[in-house]
Design a protein around this ligand. Sequence first.
Ligand SMILES: NC(=O)c1ccc[n+]([C@@H]2O[C@H](COP(=O)([O-])OP(=O)(O)OC[C@H]3O[C@@H](n4cnc5c(N)ncnc54)[C@H](O)[C@@H]3O)[C@@H](O)[C@H]2O)c1
Ligand SMILES: O=c1ccn([C@@H]2O[C@H](COP(=O)(O)OP(=O)(O)O[C@H]3O[C@H](CO)[C@H](O)[C@H](O)[C@H]3O)[C@@H](O)[C@H]2O)c(=O)[nH]1
Length: 336
Amino acid sequence: MSKPTILVTGGAGYIGSHAVLALYDAGWPVVVVDNLSNGSREVVPDEVPLIETDIGDAAAMRAVLKEHRVGAIMHFAGSIVVPESVTDPHFYYRNNTVASHALLGAAMEAGVRHLLFSSTAATYGAPETVPIDEDAPTRPINPYGWSKLMTEQMLRDVAATGAINYGALRYFNVAGADPKGRSGQIGKGATHLLKVACEAAVGKRSHVDVFGTDYPTPDGTCIRDYIHVADLAAAHVLALEALIADPAESFTFNCGYGRGTSVLEMLEMLDRVNGTPVKRVLGPRRAGDPPQLVAANRRLVERLGWQPRFADTGTIIESALSWERRLFQKEAAVCA
Ligand SMILES: NC(=O)c1ccc[n+]([C@@H]2O[C@H](COP(=O)([O-])OP(=O)(O)OC[C@H]3O[C@@H](n4cnc5c(N)ncnc54)[C@H](O)[C@@H]3O)[C@@H](O)[C@H]2O)c1
Ligand SMILES: O=c1ccn([C@@H]2O[C@H](COP(=O)(O)OP(=O)(O)O[C@H]3O[C@H](CO)[C@H](O)[C@H](O)[C@H]3O)[C@@H](O)[C@H]2O)c(=O)[nH]1
């Protein structure tokens, strides 16, 4: 049977572009919709159509879905900065929840029956126990987490009518870059730890701020479960296949390795990979950071047969650093 066309929303962004590459490498026809608010054309392969539009524009989305005879949607488009969601919650509910509602409506009208949604560990808030499994209480501690949890709920209720089936993948901390160097994190005004640290390593920043050294963790800094973006992209292809194979089944899976690494451990590993130390400035806690987030990933592994290939922390950091070096050289060449 021939493979249906997959619409990737947010496919010009960090994680979406890696999913596009994974689909493209596996021979799926792909079309991307991105409003380029935080995406870049250059990370989308030339052969993949990129339509510059907003997913909140239901009429435009209906037209795209029909014209490209889309069979399933991978929905990455959204806003992602937790502190920004606290200062501008209205925008986060609009761009994450309301825009997803419009996209879902367009999908239902166009008869698209499968949707894979980018959710987040932020739906759990500050969990009482780690590792966190999918049945843990969902109590977000910021509007970003709520905007994603509300979208999950909407998908769950619509799927219960039989109109669609959906997968919600709750990512933990996504890091690294395409092992073949075709994509990586570009987004303006980086806030993610490894991206910021790599920018410091190549000389784009003077230092890395360490947000909080008095957490109840062995070295006092926050612990996260960092997952390589290429392993995450591979999980999306498996999840898509599962949605299409069994249209009666929907699911929610954590995406992480089940391994915690502290902020200081990440920076130490970066120093080792880079060969020179990055300057740290130890500072106060950042608002809204839970001390520890580590995934229980049994469902993802058992239900999808997911086998990570790039889990080694050094491998994650190497790929992120070599992407950052390439970006830096490109920017230097443009300025010269
Ligand atoms: N990066 C992480 O660690 C992480 C963790 C958990 C969940 N997620 C989720 O994964 C998804 C992708 O995140 P990312 O890190 O690749 O971010 P990103 O900003 O690199 O990608 C998002 C893309 O969506 C586009 N976009 C935003 N709003 C849009 C709209 N209304 N219409 C069309 N395009 C729009 C942006 O231009 C961008 O290219 C997001 O939904 C995010 O919430 C990310
Ligand atoms: O310059 C920095 C940046 C981050 N950190 C620390 O590093 C850890 C990771 O922070 P990130 O900003 O890289 O990521 P978050 O854990 O805040 O959030 C990310 O992972 C979450 C799930 O774990 C959500 O999915 C969210 O969408 C995604 O951005 C935190 O303790 C943070 O305080 C620093 O010390 N210095």
